[in-house]
Design a binder for this molecule. Structure first.
Ligand SMILES: *Cc1c(COP(=O)(O)O)cnc(C)c1O
Length: 384
């Protein structure tokens, strides 16, 4: 069986964990957390990074920092994970979903302006598959209309846009270290802050609404409740698991990229023959091989392909059910404009197994299975 994902384990994670066990502190904001944050600050070239319990909680911290009021609106794609919307709904705002571009499955930057109303507060680009949204256009529009840009870069560590790391271009960026992502700590995430202005308040929100961080730094002599906040800090054991993975950012990325490339080269002839579609990486975008997707003709063909692969011991999966057509999305948000691509494109997309350590012979097996699927279909077998 070739699983869809195998969470990254390098083996070196035990060293850091042993170090924590020998120490005296297990709660958040300790030495392991600080080392993870410093590595990420250097890599992502941002002012401040706060390690969080998830990308969902990093997004929620952004919602708190925006001081959202009921009726405020946040523009985002409908083709995303529920957390992108939930974070803002939890703090009173209405997600306004816009359509995506079929080439990257990212929000269509040309549709943002029409979705802006006097209640709009932020734009939330989601960098699907670690392929960047058109950030120049998005940031220019946000500046023109006085909106914040909050990047959902859950899938984006090691990817960039015109040389700038994903998550470093908006007022804030949110990474995920869930086990399904390229680097992980079981459950976890990080909040990336470009400027000083946001970072002080973010640290207070992170520390349960207290000025504990300033107190520990000796900047103030009283540790007290000063703002809203919650417990967004992961414990040191989780940070210790993540740290060695962050020390191997490049080798892990290269391994994934070579798997991605192997799929692409193996499947290109099927695209040339008009049988399926492969991802397109726009100029200026360096992706991180977070996932490899292919698009079938339609939902029926995708369903057939997934079961064809399953019968051959290969686990391929689909996502996302567009948020605007889910019960939650209907209750809490609204779609602006026409759904030209979100629904039809999401129904055609299937993700193939891709993880660190996936062997080329395994990828060859997947490619051969996909070839046999389309051969059967061309010969009339398996239709209907
Ligand atoms: C994984 C993911 C999230 C949620 O990440 P968690 O760390 O599990 O909260 C949010 N948005 C996108 C686009 C994701 O892929």
């Amino acid at each position: 069986m070739i699983p869809f994902n195998r969470p990254l384990v390098l083996g070196t994670e035990l060293d850091g964990i042993a170090q924590v066990l020998r120490g005296v502190s297990f709660s958040g904001d300790g030495a392991m957390t600080k080392q993870c944050q410093t590595l990420l600050e250097q890599h992502c070239r941002v002012r401040k990074v706060l390690l969080t319990t998830s990308c969902s909680s990093a997004l929620e911290m952004c919602a708190l920092m925006l001081d959202l009021q009921p009726g405020d609106e946040v523009i985002m794609p409908s083709y995303t994970f529920v957390s992108t919307a939930n974070a803002f709904v939890l703090h009173g705002a209405t997600p306004v979903f816009i359509d995506i571009r079929p080439d990257t499955m990212n929000l269509d930057e040309n549709l943002i302006e029409a979705a802006i109303t006097p209640r709009t507060r932020a734009i939330v680009p989601v960098h699907y598959a670690g392929v960047s949204c058109e950030m120049d256009a998005i940031c220019a529009l946000a500046a023109e209309h006085g909106l914040a840009v909050i990047e959902d870069a859950a899938q984006g560590l090691m990817a960039s846009y015109k040389g700038r790391p994903l998550g470093s271009m908006g007022e804030a960026g949110c990474l995920s270290f869930h086990e399904t992502k390229n680097y992980h700590m079981g459950e976890g995430g990080a909040l990336l802050l470009k400027n000083e202005s946001f970072s002080e308040r973010a640290e207070i929100i992170w520390q349960k609404g207290t000025n504990r961080a300033q107190f520990l730094n000796g900047q103030i002599d009283k540790y007290t409740w000063v703002d809203v906040g919650s417990s967004y800090l992961p414990g040191e054991l989780n940070a210790a698991f993540l740290l060695p993975q962050l020390a191997e950012l490049e080798p892990v990325n290269l391994n994934r990229l070579s798997g991605w490339r192997h799929y692409y080269d193996g499947l290109r002839h099927l695209q040339d023959a008009g049988l399926l579609e492969l991802p397109q990486i726009p100029a200026g975008c360096e992706h991180n091989a977070h996932l490899f997707w292919v698009k079938c003709a339609d939902l029926a063909e995708r369903t057939a392909l997934i079961s064809h692969l399953r019968e051959r011991g290969i686990q391929a999966v689909f996502h996302y059910v567009p948020l605007h057509s889910s019960p939650g999305g209907q209750q809490f948000g609204r779609f602006c404009g026409e759904d030209r691509f979100t629904t039809v494109e999401s129904e055609r997309l299937v993700r193939l197994p891709l993880f660190y350590g996936l062997k080329q012979v395994e990828i060859d097996r997947v490619v051969t299975a996909i070839e046999s699927f389309f051969k059967d279909r061309r010969n009339g077998k398996g239709k209907g």
